[in-house]
Design a protein around this ligand. Structure first.
Ligand code: NAP
Length: 326
């Protein structure tokens, strides 16, 4: 039988939310342990230029920013463990985490910062140009397409919002949707259809992303396939934004008793508390709206402050409200 080791606070996930929770918790002498998970550094570790994280006058590289956050968390005393959690037991206290390595941890508080992944079309050419003209975040990368032509794929709220946002930068925005009707709110649809910079391309899917092969790689266009007519056409564009939804990384919590909505962990209003007292969630795993590094970091800070209060109450023998918070 595996011997489990106990920690007062375990943070799951190594994106901006996890590292910020770790910095605040370590500085509050909570001795946090951070389990780094599948993609250390989170989504920023696969991003190139970052221009919207406060504090840096010039563009910085996503992986560098995450290295800095990790170093900062370590420097103030966070214990880093590289392992993947395979299963959790949140029904009994302390909570138990079983890792793929065979290690087993128990903890009084758990902060879940496992993030979310953008869904991609699954094309080899999309993968090839990711970070070089193919993006899943208009807020992050739209600025790089000033006065250029871009396309957005998708027909939901995100795709339409991204297309509208991109008109602030791009000279022309194509919205490419696989059907002939959108699934977004009517008000957004009206704004989209009345925007002179946006052209919708219906019943169409992207077959390939085309571009230069040298370095730096550049997107030059798309090959499109019309699902109704079968026609295949090329479209000249400089950037592609894929907005077909996100997948929160919550599969290991499916049977853990946490309240979820569309796969996202539900937290109480203005809080990172989940419905299980002692379990907190921060960052994209609980946020399908903002999805920014800075908002994730802010939530990580909130989680650490809430953990501190929770542990302080436990230590003086107060019974925390072990009842649904969300
Ligand atoms: P979504 O509502 O699931 O829409 C995804 C879109 O991508 C759909 O139009 C879908 O097409 C299309 N799609 C999916 N897979 C595709 C593929 N392989 N190839 C081509 N197209 C594909 O996702 P979302 O827009 O990210 O929104 C997620 C949730 O957040 C929704 O509940 C949304 O309402 C919410 N949200 C709200 C706001 C807001 O309130 N302002 C803003 C953003 C998001 P089909 O239509 O054919 O299925």
């Amino acid at each position: 039988m595996t011997d489990s080791q106990h920690r007062r606070m375990i943070i799951l996930g190594s994106g901006p939310a996890g590292y910020t929770a770790a910095v605040y918790a370590a500085r509050a002498a909570l001795n946090p342990m951070l389990l780094q998970g599948m993609q250390p550094g989170g989504q920023l570790s696969i991003t190139t230029d970052v221009e919207n994280y406060p504090g840096f006058a010039e563009a910085i590289q996503g992986p560098w920013l995450m290295d800095q956050m990790k170093a900062q968390a370590e420097n103030v005393g966070t214990e880093m463990v590289f392992d993947h959690v395979a299963s959790v037991d949140l029904d009994n206290r302390p909570f138990t985490l079983k890792c793929e390595s065979g290690a087993e941890w128990t903890c009084d508080t758990l902060v879940i910062c496992t993030g979310a992944q953008a869904k991609w079309l699954g094309l080899d050419s999309e993968e090839e140009f990711r970070g070089f003209g193919v993006s899943a975040c208009a807020t992050c990368d739209g600025f790089f397409f000033r006065d250029r032509e871009v396309a957005v794929v998708g027909g939901g709220n995100t795709a339409v919002e991204e297309a509208l946002y991109l008109t602030n930068h791009a000279s022309k925005v194509y919205l490419i949707h696989r059907r002939d009707s959108l699934r977004c709110e009517k008000i957004l649809e009206n704004r989209l259809l009345s925007n002179p910079k946006i052209e919708t391309i219906w019943d169409t899917e992207v077959q390939t992303v085309n571009g230069t092969s040298g370095f730096p790689k550049e997107v030059q266009g798309l090959t499109l396939h019309n699902r109704k007519t079968g026609a295949v056409d090329d479209l000249k564009i400089d950037g592609l934004f894929v907005a077909i939804g996100h997948e929160p990384a919550t599969a290991i919590f499916n049977d853990a008793g946490l309240t979820m909505d569309g796969g996202y962990l539900v937290t109480a209003a203005d809080s990172t508390k989940t419905n299980i007292p002692g379990v907190f969630a921060a960052g994209d795993v609980t946020d399908h709206i903002y999805r920014q590094a800075v908002t994730a970091a802010g939530m990580g800070c909130m989680a650490a402050l809430e953990v501190e209060k929770y542990l302080a109450a436990l230590e003086v023998g107060e019974t925390p409200e072990w009842r649904a918070a969300a």
